[in-house]
Ligand binder design. Sequence first.
Ligand code: MN
Length: 199
Amino acid sequence: MTYSLPDLPYDYAALEPAITGEILELHHDKHHAAYVKGANDTLEKLAEARDKERFGGLVGLEKTLAFNLSGHVLHTIFWDNLSPDGGDRPGGELGTAIDEHFGSFEAFKQQLTSATATVQGSGWGVLGWEPLGRKLIVQQVYDHHGNVGIGATPLLVFDAWEHAYYLQYRNVRPDYVERLWDLVNWNDVAARLAAAKGA
Ligand code: MN
């Protein structure tokens, strides 16, 4: 097994009342786990295709790998991006970088909120570090892997799939997104930015 499901860094109920324990348990134990299994299963099938030199199904396998692997990566980041002690706004180098690249924290917050709230179908709002222009950018991701400018490193990710909020917020996705801001672990986001800049 190449990939394994990481433990949550807190209890299922730790993010209540913003996110219920029921949602978090299903989200981690069922949805995230399925992406891990999907990625591992697909790698096995790709190895088999190489062994047998049978690449007829390659297009489908590559799509399935991109979907499941990206789902695994994004959820792994998402859990660490959130904390019961999160919220407020970042200071330090991250705060300065957000001001520099978005004009202000408020402008950045509006853009990421809007990117998350307006995804058509399933997807994510993502703050990323784009290494070629050395810029922070917001990306609106479809599913787990569509609409992405290649090469940007995700730093802060907001899950906009219905499985992330529907049991609690029903159809009112903007209310869920607003509550996510109260959970953001800016120390984690800052550490990811420092690592991405060094990469
Ligand atoms: Mn999800």
